[in-house]
Ligand binder design. Structure first.
Ligand code: OVV
Length: 416
């Protein structure tokens, strides 16, 4: 197996990426991927993983890292061997009790996973959500108009957060406060990571967040139209249990906000950084959906989920035993030069099919059509109403163990 340790890798972080040793035939990294130095600049680390071979041993966490596109796809395709029911974070639910009640959609394998997934697929299918387009376009136009009046504003809080926070509670049918939506999303994702400061901080917020959540997801606290009511209607028809309907609402709240916020701000940042692509989008606003898709590849909002081996398996030359954790690096796989030409070029006309920004296989993002509609609507409105986007100050990063995105992105926009 190739082991790579070039000069660039040696200097990017506080310690070398590779220890110069192997473990069970794979290169060993002593570096902790769940630290601010890598959150700030993941590319060097990702390129090193991609170069090193099919698997790298992350010594700090006692787990494997998979970054190459083909390996990532093959792991995600093989849900029998690489299961989700033992958790998609670093904790093995076979050994550690989950802090949230185990998700019957995210943290489940077939056959348990299947009925709920089918209901979710139907309730938020492309056809089912199409009716939202006109209303969401209106909201996006109002919001962008409001930003244009400000001139200078924060593309994260004023736009990337504001849009999903306006359209999603209404679409789900939430009656109660939206105040905890983003904190809950951050919490859910960061606890997939290792026991570090970020995760301990999240734990300290758990009681308040889980109490809020418990109220939000109840049938009586949802409007009679909306995704939530439709999940409960499916329960009434006996397609899923009442509890599974609750799990579906909970999944929308956890997975459906921070992820799109990050993708929208990433798209705005990329369009500001690649003026030729912004010009292309302005000339042809119908490229909005493709722009959102390329953003998912270029700057993937979800960086890492884990799988657990349910039996022994060989990847490359490494023999994995039952009960091992593998970290799937979605963002890195979306930059694998074996698969993508010029991977760090943002190209809205690129053929993005097959990117793993929404994952791959039976657990592929269930909300992907909702996310795409949000992205398409907002970017199309920007392309029509805005002539220029300039980043005026460096962005700040929102630190999270598995999500990647900005906390602030100061911009100015001019009216078209
Ligand atoms: C994909 C995802 C993220 C967060 C939470 C859930 C799912 C859930 O099922 O609760």
């Amino acid at each position: 197996m190739e082991t790579v340790a070039t000069a660039a890798y040696e200097t990017a972080y506080s310690k070398p990426i590779f220890a110069g040793r192997t473990f069970r035939g794979a290169p060993v990294s002593e570096l902790d991927p769940f630290t601010t130095e890598i959150f700030d600049d993941p590319r060097v680390f990702h390129d090193a993983l991609l170069n090193a071979g099919p698997l790298v041993w992350l010594e700090r966490h006692g787990c494997w890292a998979a970054a190459r596109y083909e390996i990532v796809r093959s792991i995600l395709s093989d849900w029998k061997t690489f299961c989700s029911s033992r958790g998609v974070g670093l904790d093995d639910f076979g050994k550690v009790k989950p802090i949230r009640k185990q998700s019957e959609i995210l943290e489940a394998d077939p056959p348990d996973h299947t009925p709920l997934r089918q209901v979710i697929n139907r309730v938020i299918s492309p056809v089912a959500i199409k009716r939202l387009t006109a209303r969401w376009t209106e909201i996006a136009e109002e919001l962008v108009e409001c930003c244009l009046q400000k001139g200078s504003f924060d593309a994260v809080t004023n736009l990337a957060e504001e849009f999903p926070l306006t359209v999603m509670p209404e679409a789900i049918g939430l009656k109660l406060s939206r105040d905890y939506l983003l904190p809950y999303g951050s919490f859910v994702f960061t606890i997939f990571g290792p026991d570090n400061e970020l995760r301990r901080q999240a734990f300290s917020q758990a009681p308040a967040l889980l109490k809020w959540l418990d109220q939000q997801v109840r049938r009586e606290n949802l409007t009679s139209t909306g995704f939530g009511a439709e999940f409960y209607a499916a329960a009434d028809r006996g397609e899923i249990t009442e509890y599974q309907a609750l799990v579906a609402v909970r999944a929308l709240l956890g997975a459906g906000l921070d992820t799109t916020v990050n993708t929208i701000s990433a798209a705005i940042e990329a369009l500001a950084s690649f003026p030729d692509q912004w010009a292309k989008l302005r000339a042809q606003p119908s490229l909005a959906r493709a722009t959102f898709e390329e953003t998912l590849r270029f700057d993937s909002p979800l960086q890492i989920f884990f799988r657990t081996t349910s039996r022994s398996v060989t990847i490359g030359e490494v023999e994995l035993q039952e009960g091992e954790k593998v970290a799937i690096f979605f963002g890195a796989a979306n930059h694998d030069p074996r698969r993508w030409t010029d991977p760090y070029k943002f190209d809205i006309e690129r053929k993005t099919a097959g990117h793993v920004g929404f994952g791959h296989g039976i657990h592929t993002c269930a909300g992907q059509f909702v996310a795409r509609l949000e992205g398409e609507v907002l970017l199309e409105v920007l392309a029509r109403l805005v002539s220029s986007i300039q980043v005026t100050d460096p962005k700040t990063i929102r630190y999270n163990n598995v999500l990647h995105g900005a906390a602030s992105l100061p911009v100015t926009m001019e009216r078209a």
